[in-house]
Write a protein that binds this ligand. Structure first.
Ligand code: DX5
Ligand code: ZN
Length: 217
């Protein structure tokens, strides 16, 4: 079954806790939290203190997507704030293996993200140590962009390689997922879809999530 992770980037930030509660009741599997530092990506969102204050609104896993230049420096902060899955970019300035090890040492699940211009094989050396790989289907930084279907062959490559070394690995895609695109992601072997606009701009988040899941068969 396809898991759906609503991206809080598209929520009403003045009532972020209630938005998380609403997503919980609407059938979200994970809460996707986009952390941007205005340096790694040209946008700024929120950090660990904000995540900590909204942690109490759901028991569902917090899937924290770090779009920051030096993730290693802040792993402990995000772990203490209540992140469950901590996903960082391979293109960041931190040492990849050291950052994975740090996430694990904090008792959290490590995820590695690749931007559209990064090849699938870059993540191969780390697959055995990862909980998840996130393949960006837009350039990171903003919600509401168009899905890049040409990223899907990377999902297939990663799935094939992971089947040899870590069959439990989850593959997530992020950006432009909606009713018109989710089936392609499912067919490529994606396990988790992030969806911002498609869920938050819908009249009913419950219906939106149900519809997205129903398309995955
Ligand atoms: C983009 C973020 C995404 C974004 C997705 O940098 O990582 O999580 O919010 O938004 P939609 O689903 O609207 O493309
Ligand atoms: Zn994201």
């Amino acid at each position: 079954m396809m898991l759906i992770a609503p991206s809080l980037l598209s929520c009403d930030f003045s009532v972020m806790g209630e938005e998380i509660e609403r997503m919980d009741k609407s059938g979200a599997d994970y809460m996707h939290l986009d952390v941007m530092d205005g340096h790694f990506v040209p946008n700024i969102t929120f950090g660990a203190p904000v995540i900590k204050t909204v942690r109490k609104y759901t028991e569902k896993p917090f899937d924290v997507h770090l779009m920051i230049s030096e993730p290693l420096k802040y792993i402990e902060d995000f772990a203490n704030a209540g992140a469950d899955i901590i996903t960082f970019h391979i293109e960041s300035d931190s040492d990849v293996q050291e950052t994975i090890d740090k996430i694990k040492a904090c008792g959290k699940k490590p995820g590695l993200v690749i931007k559209p211009n990064t090849k699938a094989e870059e993540v191969f050396p780390y697959l055995k140590d990862l909980f998840m790989v996130l393949v960006m289907t837009v350039e990171p930084g903003f919600g509401g962009q168009s899905f890049m279907a040409d990223m899907l062959p990377k999902v297939k490559e990663i799935r094939e390689e992971a089947n040899k070394v870590n069959p439990e690995l989850l593959i997530e895609v992020d950006g432009g997922i909606g009713e018109a695109t989710i089936k392609q992601a499912y067919d490529a072997g994606v396990d988790v879809c992030v969806a911002g606009t498609a869920v938050f701009k819908a009249d009913s988040a419950t219906e939106a999530i149900n519809n997205l899941k129903a398309l995955c068969k």
